[in-house]
Design a protein around this ligand. Sequence first.
Ligand SMILES: [Mg+2]
Ligand SMILES: [Zn+2]
Length: 195
Amino acid sequence: MSGAAAAFVDRDGVLNELVPDPVSGLPESPLRAADVALVPGAAGALRRLVEAGWRLIGVSNQPAAAKGAVSLAELVAVQDRVAELLAGEGVVFDDFQLCLHHPEGVVPDLARSCECRKPAPGMLLTASERLRLDLSRSWMIGDTDADVAAGRAAGCATILVEYRGSAHKRSGLAEPDHVAGDLASATEIVLRSKE
Ligand SMILES: [Mg+2]
Ligand SMILES: [Zn+2]
């Protein structure tokens, strides 16, 4: 089997900045389109990956609608805004998958366990089938333990991005293949691996 190599990229804390949760004060996913801001250097890094021949796949857990915190339409508007800002910088993803579920959610249909919520590898496996990817030559880049676990479970190499705002979602026990400060640095690692 010789499929294409992909860079699976988490969204919040990798592509776009987190924003303080109004209740907990902890940095969390933006829940309003107006709050979306790209991480500096992220778009340029993605362009380099595409130029070097990598397929770009977004894989993001978005449980806020399942929890009743926002409507599904608001979540979609946030995702559209991320895509719009990236497109403005010349970046278009080959596929972008969201897991909208949460096992302890309150909204029917979305409140359930599933095979797509990271740390499960479902979104990576689905994209792999759809786009005929070679998972063993692919990378998962994300800022939480769950991203690393999903990448490992799918058979990809993994890079943990140590985004400042999401330190509370990293235990130090995730065992990624590499650690990077941001997506731009992670991209250097991926590009070097091909030389
Ligand atoms: Mg993240
Ligand atoms: Zn799911």
